[in-house]
Design a protein. Structure first.
Length: 497
């Protein structure tokens, strides 16, 4: 009789997952093959250790073939990539990828950083489910103009702004006079990375520099310029409610890291990143925005950028990314993730069709506890000089150590960022490969350290500068033959993480 009751209880457990322990066990025993397909595995680094049968299919081999769950097919002829979607569509048509998926069998599940309707079609051909909202809905949510409207419905305010087509500089002035925005402005087009589609306009000369990217681009978000700090926070909209991660600082526009003014180049996560009231308010606004996303038909993982006014402490909605992002690795490695589960595991749970119940309020309250957040920073290092050559030597992925004189050296190979033992060590993930073009804006790699990389004034600290200098000094290149110089200058103008 006792055995029968146990079996009945087991069946009940399988039917509905009722707590974090059961959710963790479910993924530990997962039998469905799940693939993250992207240029690199950076965004979901470490998820394979939480979910059985989770594999990465990547275009770039960051690990020299040493990562046990990363598959990189051999290079095949292809058209020049214009987006991450192009990379993913190339991978899904690669014979070696198709053979891998068929050989492993089961009903495959795909997750992506970016995808389009062609990706969905190719996935269907492979008999796979895409565990994200439809591309068409994601595209709609990704529109910066739509973000303002969703925020307004949710009660999450954006920086004072107006939305309008812009015909010329005189027309822009008329719009701003009517809206009371003044003439020190920030303009954003509907789509694209903020480093490429955010324009600071204070004069006609500023406007002329970016006119071709503003006029004829449809509705533009026209904002009053404020003196603010950038921040990022991720959430997951589930049937049980919106789960909210920690508020992180953003590294933006540092000339040592990126040539793009306003371009994202890293994050920090630490318990006192902002005053307690600001952190709590950001969490509340993220929850409200996530609940509105559910009403709009969107579910799963998302990220919000908030702009925090330096003078007033007011919090304004910056933009929505309806997907995993460059800061997802930070969220999913935080102390609370190891205590409970990574945020992305709840995304997988939402799409798994498993019955589950969660006390979202209790979970969010626990994740808001400063004790659940440890201190880390990540810096995305780009080539910032206006030069082009071919990389001959790039630091390999692994753990690096900083000496007392500030120089750094390679200590050991590892693909775990948690292998970093102190602030004198760092995990470096190599993106640029020997033989690649090194041009202005090219990604060299991502450096992850314990502790902070910025000062309290949100400037790069000396330790951060030394790490950046050390990595860059370790990259070497050779001049290109003159015949190659033309094609190599083409900046792909999209980020791969």
């Amino acid at each position: 009789m006792k055995q029968k009751e146990t079996n009945k209880g087991d069946r009940k457990m399988v039917a509905e997952l009722k707590n974090i322990s059961e959710i963790r066990r479910h993924f530990h025993r997962n039998e469905d093959p799940i693939y993250f397909i992207s240029a690199t595995n950076f965004n979901l680094l470490g998820l394979d250790e939480w979910c059985k049968n989770f594999k990465y299919i990547c275009y770039i081999d960051c690990y020299g073939g040493k990562h046990p769950n990363t598959f990189v097919p051999s290079e095949q002829p292809h058209a020049e990539f214009q987006s991450i979607e192009d990379i993913n569509n190339y991978l899904l048509q690669h014979k070696e990828v198709i053979d891998l998926i068929k050989r492993r069998g089961g009903k495959p599940k795909f997750v992506f950083l970016m995808f389009d309707e062609e990706t969905e079609r190719l996935s269907k051909e492979l008999g796979a489910d895409v565990w994200f909202p439809k591309a068409k809905l994601r595209q709609k949510m990704d529109n910066k103009i739509e973000t303002v409207r969703i925020g307004n419905k949710a009660g999450v305010p954006s920086v004072p702004n107006t939305l309008s087509v812009v015909e010329n500089y005189e027309h822009l002035n008329e719009i701003c006079e009517k809206a009371g925005l003044g003439h020190d402005l920030v303009l954003q087009s509907a789509y694209g990375d903020s480093g490429h589609t955010t324009f600071f306009i204070k004069s006609e000369a500023d406007f002329r520099r970016h006119e071709h990217e503003i006029v004829g681009e449809g509705e533009i978000k026209i904002m009053k310029r404020i003196d603010c700090r950038g921040s990022a926070i991720e959430g997951c909209a589930t049937k049980e409610g919106t789960i909210v991660g920690p508020l992180m600082t953003e590294l933006v526009g540092f000339k040592e890291l990126t040539p793009y003014r306003g371009g994202w180049c890293g994050n920090e996560i630490f318990s006192t990143a902002f005053p307690p009231k600001v952190r709590q308010k950001a969490r509340e606004l993220t929850f409200k925005f996530g609940e509105q996303l559910r009403k709009e038909g969107y579910r799963g993982y998302f990220e919000l950028d908030f702009l925090i006014d330096k003078k007033t402490g007011d919090i304004w909605l910056g933009e929505l990314n309806p997907r995993i992002t460059g800061c997802s690795s930070m969220t999913n490695h935080a102390a609370f993730a190891h205590a409970d589960a990574p945020l992305f595991l709840f995304h997988l749970l939402e799409f798994s069709k498993k019955k589950f119940s969660l006390d979202v309020d209790e979970l969010n309250s626990r994740w808001a506890d400063p004790k659940m957040i440890d201190s880390w920073s990540q810096m995305v290092i780009k080539h910032t000089e206006d030069t082009v050559d071919i990389a001959t030597q790039v630091p390999e992925t692994g753990i690096y150590r900083m000496r007392e004189d500030g120089s750094i050296d390679f200590n050991r190979f590892d693909y775990h960022r948690r292998a970093v033992e102190s602030e004198n060590e760092a995990f470096f993930l190599r993106i640029l490969q020997p033989g690649d073009y090194r041009y202005e804006g090219a990604d060299i790699g991502i450096l992850v350290t314990r502790g902070r990389s910025m000062t309290n004034g949100f400037k790069l600290n000396e330790r951060g500068k030394r790490w950046i200098h050390g990595i860059k000094q370790s990259v070497h290149g050779r001049p290109m033959p003159t015949a190659e110089a033309g094609p190599a200058l083409n900046d792909p103008a999209f980020k791969i993480m």
